[in-house]
Structures are given as structure tokens and as C-alpha cells.
Write a new protein. Structure first.
Length: 70
């Protein structure tokens, strides 16, 4: 999945697969994680948020299952 670099203290890049509703996040220190079932609107909220880290903590973390990639 292709990811876009973002400006964030904890997140390096973010990708989204519309067909599979899969969010993929590469964190600065802990690697790449995928979050299935994430809506396109949540992805857009993350990408438009002034603080990607805060948005991730509020909208994604502990709300979606995740798996480490690689």
C-alpha cells in the first residue's frame, strides 16, 4: 500500500485502501500497523487533522483492531 508522509511526532506516513477499508500507519519508532474497517471519513479526518497523533488517539487507537506488518 502506498503511504503519504505526514508531519507528526509519532506518525511517519499514512495510507488507505478504499476497496478494503484498510488504514495503514507507519509510526516513527514501532513500525507499520494496519487497521481494517476504517471508514474513508475517519481517514480524511486523520489526514486533515492539525495533530495526527491526537486524531489517531481519539478516532482510531482502541477503536479498531490492528496488526503489525512485517
Amino acid at each position: 500500500m502506498e503511504r503519504q508522509r505526514v508531519v507528526s511526532e509519532e506518525i511517519q506516513s499514512v495510507g488507505y485502501d478504499v476497496a478494503h477499508r484498510m488504514l495503514e500507519i507507519k509510526f516513527q519508532t514501532i513500525g507499520v500497523y494496519q487497521y481494517p474497517g476504517v471508514s474513508l471519513s475517519v481517514y480524511h479526518s486523520l489526514m486533515e487533522a492539525p495533530s495526527k497523533t491526537e486524531c489517531f488517539k481519539n478516532l482510531i487507537k482502541h477503536r479498531y483492531l490492528c496488526r503489525k506488518v512485517g
